[in-house]
Design a protein around this ligand. Structure first.
Ligand SMILES: [Zn+2]
Length: 210
């Protein structure tokens, strides 16, 4: 009998799923790619076939192009790949369309999280806990030094600064995919009804979110 999980291989270019001859978030163009989400360190253009959620495909189309073959898979839907590998996309709570990838093969269940968060975010589907035998996790903010305060408190601070400086601008730096839209949504939830001026580089992605 094969060693547990021997059908998966870590590789500098991504995670390789041998029986299905496909990759997760590959760093170079491959025949078949499963993509967790639209950020540039996970999604690249030029693959023969790109399998991911419809929202991530839409984001990729705006940012990188997706190549010829696209296979949209809704959250919770499963797809049978070659070699008896079954793949399901599970919400990751990171950005619009972001997914954990559940792989099933030879009776083994593997979750590859991609980036994820457990905090509520009004701009994407919340993280779903899924039983598995192997959990391959990102840990971008995994060090204990990262203690993110509640977003309500941060937005309240932002609005207080705005209030205290009526003749001035408050400039917020936020990543163009995900963070910017979350800040806007939270500002609205926090009661800000005035205009939010955007750098032009963010406009297309905000339109897509709308
Ligand atoms: Zn990300």
């Amino acid at each position: 009998m094969a060693a547990p999980f021997s059908w998966l291989r870590p590789d500098p270019a991504g995670i390789y799923i041998a029986p299905a001859d496909c990759w997760i978030d590959p760093a170079r163009p491959v025949d078949t790619a499963l993509i967790t989400h639209g950020h540039a360190d996970h999604a690249r253009g030029g693959h023969g076939r790109t399998i991911t959620t419809p929202a991530t495909l839409a984001i990729m189309a705006v940012r990188y192009g997706t190549g010829a073959g696209v296979v949209p898979v809704e959250y919770g839907e499963s797809l049978n790949l070659a070699g008896g590998v079954r793949v399901t996309f599970v919400p990751a709570g990171h950005v619009l369309g972001s997914a954990q990838i559940l792989l099933e093969h030879a009776g083994e269940h593997v979750i590859v999280t991609g980036d994820y968060k457990r905090r509520p975010d009004p701009t994407c589907a919340p993280f779903v806990v899924t039983p598995c035998d192997l959990f391959i996790t990102e840990a971008t903010s995994g060090l204990p030094v990262f203690r993110h305060p509640p977003i309500e408190d941060e937005i309240a601070r932002l609005l207080a600064v705005r209030e205290a400086n009526p003749g001035r601008c408050v400039l917020v730096g936020a990543y163009a995919l995900g963070k910017a839209q979350r800040v806007i949504a939270e500002l609205r939830r926090g009661g800000w009804t005035g205009p939010v001026w955007l750098h032009g580089a963010m406009e297309r992605m905000c339109r897509l979110y709308e």
